[in-house]
Design a protein around this ligand. Structure first.
Ligand code: S3P
Length: 739
């Protein structure tokens, strides 16, 4: 809808409200309280209602029909139709007869398509001066005695004008709602009716129906005597106006029936699951709903931009969400274990939740997550079951690659899909050695997802030297090797993160690692047992705040309980070499993943040649390291980092483009980049839907000359859903704009 409300260009002389029920009378009361019209006229066919309206002093004048006002309307008048939906057709006929086209007309019905249809039937076409509307401010109370001048404050009002509705009339209706304290939004009538059928109409009918069922039970009195919080919350709306809900049922029946049918199908499944004691179905259903209700996720159909502005010094003590790599692995090894595993610190981000959901789809009962805590009821090495549908792994390359290894060794078939970014990421690195092990796998001709795992093959052990430095590849092969017929040996020429090896050791798997030759031996067929895994804060998330404190004068940030696995601390090593003031305290080395607090203070940074042996140890942190480099004096040079081109975006290109827009010069190489430190300017950059690019440029805003707008930031929910909250808690200024 292109209609936009323009404030301040309309005024109301007479406000005429036809129908003095809860909504109509509340509009009068609010308009009276705020002095929004020169005169307020209430119309009701009931004399007693008019008397109450006068006694409450919410109207100046009254009448029992529109006809009596004929000839007295002026172009600054606003007529609000607040009668039950089925009465609207005859009321619109009266409007057509008595109200001139200069007068603005709106209504408050909860159903919009039918009202527009009525207007078309009466007028021949919807009149230009009729702006259909719906204040979302109902209450189970009804009638004039419930009138409340504050009823609309901070509530939404949806307007559903048609293309031919005049902008002047739209403005007038918008303005009066805004002045009544409401938040005006626009929709088309069909969308409105479909949405409200689901979120308002269906719940009302469920509440009415449940109360009715229970009230006819033989022990109804006892039932209602013991009704407590949940029941009262759920059935409060069964006290609403019966005529209104009767009319809504008949006038929005198509959308209500559609959603009611889907609900009935689901409640029937739930009933069957209870009868069959299907714990998996029950826990999965409840978990899914709970996650949906409690999680802060960004809307799928909107894009989010961040606007990051310079600010004063940053201070604070913060924890960041759990390590993403370790979170994925905790689900995988917990699921394949015999017995239960308890996990704490699990990252409730979209990527690790994609892995969690995939294992649920394969029959694993997983309780939680609740504040990062999970209980996984392991099914054993051979206990996974064929998923009923394809497994959607969203944006998560780690899920896709690790699960390709694991699922190629299963008896059953499966299909792995992902979002646009994941669908273009290379998979041959894992499929080539897996095919060598005897797996039956299909990808697209380009070697990208979807990945189809045919299964049903006993894999041969492999001796394989990794051609690229990739922990995902290493882990994928380790997972396949756990099912192979013998001992596999995987050799990595360059050290990459060793979370898989550490976790397997914690679970008591049959794995041995020789650090000097960088070789890993895995004996196939060995069953491990459940254990407890405490996941530390993700150093990749902490890195954004390490750099934020390092580049923002006067800043001091302490990051608590961060994983400092030696294969992940490249970012600390690199920043220290650039002159950052970083102190590690409270080291806990005895854990499966070592942890510490990381204390960072501002200091001036200098450009360096990044040692190539740090590249794989800081592979995910380069976007934010590039921001540090842009703030440093001199040049920073990165080489040997071609892998950055096949991450969630081509990170060298994404960063170089954005830095250029912000006035920072770069030189892009085949395997890296040179960044010339300078002054960061303001501008609009694109994250290319890459979470780490989005967060890196948000941090760049700290040192820019003005605001930096970063487009397409929704994917921060994959790894760091509460990034903005934490950033604000230390003093960063980030605004969100939803498009
Ligand atoms: C990861 C390994 C790295 C890293 C990714 C997580 C893992 O990918 O970039 O974010 O958990 O194994 P590569 O194996 O492609 O280098």
């Amino acid at each position: 809808m292109t209609n936009k409300y323009r404030a301040g260009d309309s005024q109301v002389d007479k406000l005429i409200v036809l129908g003095l029920g809860l909504l109509g009378a509340s509009i009068c009361a609010a308009a009276k309280k705020l002095g929004l019209a020169n005169e307020i006229i209430g119309i009701s066919r009931r004399q007693s209602t008019i008397e109450i309206a006068h006694a409450k002093e919410i109207i100046d004048k009254s009448s029992d029909s529109l006809a009596t006002l004929a000839g007295n309307f002026g172009e600054d008048d606003l007529l609000v139709l607040a009668v039950p939906t089925l009465a609207m057709k005859s009321v619109l006929s009266e409007c057509q007869e008595h109200v001139p086209p200069s007068v603005t007309i709106t209504d408050v019905a909860s159903v919009k398509t039918k009202i527009i249809e009525f207007a078309e039937q009466v007028y021949g076409d919807i009149p230009k001066n009729f702006v259909p509307g719906h204040p979302i401010a109902g209450s189970e109370k009804s009638g004039i005695n419930a009138a409340n001048p504050d009823l609309f404050k901070n509530h939404k009002v949806v307007l559903t004008p048609k293309e031919m509705t005049s902008q002047g009339h739209i403005n007038k209706v918008s303005e009066i709602w805004t002045r009544l304290g409401a938040d005006v939004t626009f929709m088309n009538a069909d969308d409105h009716d479909r949405i409200f059928a689901a979120t308002s109409h269906l719940p009302h009918y469920l509440a009415y129906s449940l109360v009715d069922t229970l009230s006819r039970e033989s022990n109804a009195n006892e039932i209602f005597d013991h009704a407590a919080g949940g029941f009262k919350d759920f059935t409060r709306i069964a006290g609403s106006d019966p005529i209104m809900w009767h009319d809504i049922a008949l006038t929005n029946s198509q959308f209500i029936l559609e959603i009611m049918d889907r609900y009935i199908a689901d409640i029937t499944k739930l009933r069957d699951a209870i009868e069959k004691k299907d714990s998996r179905y029950l826990v999965d259903t409840f978990n899914r709903s709970r996650l949906f209700k409690t999680k802060k996720t960004y809307r799928k159909d909107r894009s989010i931009d961040f606007i990051s502005k310079p600010c004063g010094e940053l201070r604070g003590e913060i924890t960041v969400p759990g390590d993403k790599s370790v979170s994925h692995r905790s689900i995988i090894f917990g699921s394949l274990a015999q017995g239960t595993s308890e996990i704490t610190g699990f990252l409730e981000g979209e990527d690790s939740l994609a892995t969690l959901n995939a294992f649920r789809e394969m029959g694993v009962l997983i309780e939680g997550p609740e504040d990062g805590r999970l209980i996984i009821h392991g099914v054993g090495l051979h206990g996974l079951t064929e998923p009923a549908r394809e497994l959607d792994l969203g944006n998560s390359g780690t899920s896709m690659r690790l699960m390709t290894g694991l699922l190629s060794a299963q008896e059953f078939k499966s299909r792995l899909v992902g979002d646009e970014s994941l669908s273009s990421r290379p998979m041959r690195r894992v499929t080539v050695p897996l095919l060598e092990m005897g797996a039956n796998i299909r990808t697209t001709a380009d070697g990208t997802p979807p990945v189809e795992l045919i299964g049903g093959r006993l894999l041969k052990p492999i001796k394989y030297t990794l051609p690229i430095a990739s922990a995902q590849l290493k882990s994928s092969l380790i997972l396949a090797a756990m099912y192979a017929d013998g001992e596999s040996v995987i050799i990595e020429p360059v050290t990459t993160r060793d979370h898989t090896e550490r976790m397997m050791t914690a679970f008591g798997c049959n794995i041995s690692v020789d650090d000097s030759s960088r070789s890993i031996k895995i004996q196939g067929g060995y069953q491990h047992i459940g254990t407890r895994i405490d996941i530390p804060g993700d150093i990749s998330s902490a890195a954004f705040f390490m750099v934020a404190a390092a580049i923002c004068p006067g800043s001091e940030i302490n990051l608590l309980n961060i994983g400092i696995n030696p294969t992940r601390i490249g970012v600390i090593n690199i920043l220290k070499e650039m002159g950052a003031d970083i102190k590690i305290t409270n080291r806990q080395d005895e854990l499966c993943e070592p942890t510490a607090n990381i204390h960072v203070r501002y200091s001036s940074l200098k450009g360096i040649e990044i040692p190539e042996n740090q590249v794989s140890l800081a592979i995910d942190e380069f976007p934010i390291i590039f921001v540090a480099a842009a703030c440093a004096t001199g040049d920073t040079i990165l080489r040997g980092a071609e892998e950055l081109k096949v991450k969630e975006s081509d990170r060298i290109e994404s960063m170089a483009k954005g830095l250029k827009i912000l006035g920072i010069e770069t030189d892009v190489f085949d395997d890296g980049i040179k960044i010339i430190g300078g002054k960061i300017g303001s501008g609009t950059v694109n994250s290319n839907h890459d979470h780490r690019i989005a967060m890196a440029f948000s941090v760049a805003g700290l040192r820019s000359s003005g605001a930096i707008t970063i487009q397409n930031c929704k994917n921060i929910a994959t790894s760091f859903p509460n990034f903005v909250d934490i950033a604000r808690s230390v003093g960063m200024k980030i605004d969100l704009e939803s498009n």
